[in-house]
Design a protein around this ligand. Structure first.
Ligand code: DHB
Length: 544
C-alpha cells in the first residue's frame, strides 16, 4: 500500500515534470535556471522511486501528434501578402528526452495543404551550436515555403554548447550527479534531426504534408546538417543511437537537400583549405609557423582527392593538376550568370573579357554553358545579334581572384578547423564539437593530433565519420536523397571551394540530380535567391 502510494507520488511528480516540459519546454523562453530546478525535481523523483524499491515507472513523453490542437496564425510577407497557416509546436521527437529545450519540433501547415504537400524541413543550426525550434520567418525560406503552400517543419537540435545537469552518476562515462553535461557533442545534432524526420513519418497519416517529400534546408553547419540528412538516410550506423534516444522506428531518408555553404568533410577540410589558399599573399607573407603548417597540409590534398576518384560532368578525372582550372570554370560560369542578369563584374578581380564582336556566338572558352542560366537577349537564337566586346568572360587569373576573396574577409589560420594546439592555434568550434560530455575540446584529425602529441581515439574517429556526408554517398547501403541544391558563395572563405565541389561531384557521380553553383559575390550566408530556389523545388516536386 505504502509502496503503491510512493509509486503514485513518483508518477505524479514525473508526470508534472513532463507536463511542465511539454508546456514550457516548447517555448524559447524556457530558461536554463528553470531547467536545472526541474532536472533536480526529476532527480529527486528518481531517487525517491529507487528508495521505495519500485519498478521504473514509465513516464517518458510518448511520441504524439494531435491534429486538433493547432493554432491558426498569419504571417505577413515583405510585400504585404498575408499567409494563413496552422501552428503545431513543441512536440518531442524522442521519448528519452535528454534536453527538453532542443529535442522538439514545430510544424506549420498553410491553408490549402493536403496529404500530398511537400514539407520543407529547415534547421537553424549554426556554428555547430544547439538550435532551438523557431517559428517561420517572412524573410527566409520558411516564410517563402508557407507562401508557396508547402508545409514547414522546424526541429530543434542539441549542439556543442547545450548542457544539462546530470541527474545520476555514470561511472562508466565518468559523470557525477550534479555535474554539467554537454548533451550535444557529435553526432547529437544529426541524430536529433534524423529523429525529427522519423517523427514526421510516424505521424504522416494524421498530419498534413507528405513525409515522402521532405526537403531539408540549412546554412553552414546547418548546411552540413542538411547534407547529412540527405546523405545518411537509413544508414545502419545511426540506428542503435537513434533507438537509444527513443526515436520513432521509421525510415529517415529524405527527398531532397538544400545545402548553403555546408561546412563538411571536417577530416579533410584543413588540407583542402591550404591547397587552395597557400599561395595567397596572406599565407605567404603571414606567420612563418602557420605557413609551415599550410605547406604540410597542402601537400596532403592531392592524395585525398585521388582517393575520391571524382569525375567532372564531362567525364574528366579530377586531379590536383586540373582542379584549379575546374574551379576557375565554375567561377566564370557563376560570374557570367550574374553578368547576364546585369551585375557589374570588375576586371580588377582577375577577369578577362571578350574583345571582339562575336557575331552572336559565345566564345569557345567563355559564356554560359548549357544549363548555366539565361543568355543575354542579344545572344539568344533569333535575337538582335551582338556578342559585343566585353559581353563574355573568357578567363580568370586565379591568384588574383583568391587574393581578392581573402581581401573581403581574412583567412582562417592554418589549420582552419582542427586548430587546437597547432601553430599556436586555440580551440575552434569543431574542437568543441568532437569533445565529450564533460565539455572537452579535442583534436579530430590525424595531422593535428600528431602535432599535439595525441592520437584520434576510435570513438572520436567514429563521430567524425558519422558527421561527414562524403562517407555515405554511393556506399550501396545508404538511401541518399535523389535531389540536391548546393550553393557556396563565390567569396565565401569559411571553407574552401573544393569542399562543396567535391560533395556536388560525388553526388553527381553517384547518379544524383545536383544543382550546384558558386553563387556570385556571396559571402558565407544562406537562404538567398529564393525565387531560384523555389523554382527548383517546384521542378523536383512536380517532376516538370
Ligand atoms: C560555421 C562557420 C564556420 O566557419 C565553421 O568553421 C563552422 C560553422 C557556421 O557559420 O555555422
Amino acid at each position: 500500500m505504502l509502496v503503491l502510494k510512493k509509486m503514485k507520488k513518483v508518477a505524479v511528480q514525473r508526470t508534472a515534470y513532463v507536463v511542465f516540459l511539454i508546456t514550457f519546454g516548447a517555448s524559447n523562453q524556457f530558461n536554463n535556471h528553470m531547467k536545472r530546478i526541474l532536472t533536480w525535481m526529476l532527480a529527486f523523483a528518481v531517487v525517491a522511486g529507487a528508495s521505495a524499491k519500485t519498478k521504473a515507472v514509465k513516464t517518458q513523453p510518448q511520441l504524439a501528434f494531435d491534429p486538433t490542437i493547432g493554432e491558426t496564425r498569419t504571417l505577413t510577407m515583405p510585400d504585404g501578402q498575408m499567409v494563413n497557416y496552422t501552428a503545431y509546436e513543441g512536440m518531442f521527437f524522442v521519448t528519452n528526452v535528454e534536453d527538453s529545450t532542443y529535442q522538439t519540433i514545430n510544424v506549420y501547415v498553410p491553408d490549402g495543404a493536403t496529404q500530398q504537400t511537400p514539407i520543407l524541413l529547415r534547421t537553424y543550426v549554426g556554428g555547430y551550436m544547439a538550435a532551438p525550434t523557431q517559428q517561420p520567418k517572412a524573410g527566409d525560406a520558411t516564410g517563402r515555403a508557407l507562401r508557396e503552400g508547402y508545409v514547414v517543419a522546424i526541429p530543434g537540435s542539441r549542439g556543442r554548447n547545450s548542457t544539462v545537469v546530470a541527474t545520476k552518476t555514470d561511472k562508466k562515462a565518468g559523470i557525477k550527479r550534479g555535474q554539467t553535461i554537454y548533451t550535444g557533442r557529435a553526432p547529437a545534432a544529426i541524430l536529433d534531426l534524423k529523429a525529427a524526420i522519423r517523427y514526421l513519418r510516424q505521424f504522416d497519416d494524421v498530419m498534413l504534408g507528405d513525409a515522402e517529400k521532405i526537403i531539408t534546408d540549412g546554412t553552414s553547419a546547418g548546411g552540413a546538417m542538411s547534407s547529412l540528412m540527405g546523405a545518411t538516410g537509413n544508414n545502419p550506423a545511426y540506428e542503435p543511437l537513434l533507438r537509444a534516444m527513443g526515436a520513432a522506428q521509421q525510415r529517415d531518408d529524405v527527398f531532397a537537400s538544400v545545402c548553403y555553404c555546408p561546412i563538411i568533410d571536417l577530416d579533410h577540410a584543413d588540407m583542402a583549405y591550404e591547397w587552395l589558399y597557400n599561395g595567397t599573399d596572406s599565407r605567404q607573407q603571414g606567420d612563418a609557423a602557420v605557413l609551415a603548417v599550410s605547406n604540410e597540409l597542402k601537400a596532403q590534398f592531392p592524395a585525398y582527392l585521388a582517393s575520391l576518384n571524382l569525375h567532372t560532368p564531362d567525364g574528366t578525372l579530377l586531379t590536383a593538376d586540373n582542379y584549379l582550372d575546374y574551379i576557375k570554370r565554375e567561377l566564370i560560369r557563376a560570374a557570367q550568370i550574374a553578368k547576364n542578369a546585369g551585375a557589374d563584374i570588375p576586371d580588377s578581380l582577375g577577369f578577362t573579357f571578350s574583345k571582339e564582336d562575336m557575331g552572336g556566338m559565345p566564345p569557345i572558352n567563355g559564356g554560359v554553358r548549357q544549363g548555366g542560366g539565361q543568355m543575354p537577349p542579344m545572344m539568344q537564337r533569333g535575337g538582335p545579334g551582338g556578342g559585343k566586346p566585353g559581353d563574355y568572360i573568357i578567363d580568370l587569373d586565379m591568384p588574383t581572384y583568391l587574393n581578392y576573396v581573402v581581401s573581403t574577409q581574412p583567412l582562417k589560420t592554418a589549420p582552419a578547423f582542427d586548430t587546437q594546439g597547432v601553430a599556436g592555434g586555440r580551440a575552434s568550434g569543431e574542437n568543441d564539437e568532437f569533445g565529450n560530455k564533460s565539455g572537452s575540446k579535442v583534436n579530430f584529425t590525424d595531422y593535428s593530433a600528431a602535432k599535439t602529441g595525441s592520437v584520434v581515439s576510435d570513438d572520436i574517429r567514429e563521430n567524425v565519420r558519422l558527421l561527414n556526408p562524403m562517407n555515405f554517398i554511393g556506399d550501396g547501403v545508404t538511401d541518399v536523397a535523389p535531389h540536391w541544391y548546393i550553393r557556396h558563395g563565390a567569396r565565401d572563405r569559411d571553407t574552401s571551394f573544393p569542399v562543396p565541389i567535391n560533395l556536388a561531384l560525388k553526388l553527381q557521380n553517384a547518379g544524383k540530380d545536383v544543382n550546384f553553383l558558386l553563387a556570385w559575390n556571396r559571402p558565407h550566408s544562406g537562404d538567398y535567391a529564393l525565387d531560384e530556389l523555389f523554382d527548383w523545388i517546384n521542378t523536383i516536386v512536380t517532376g516538370k
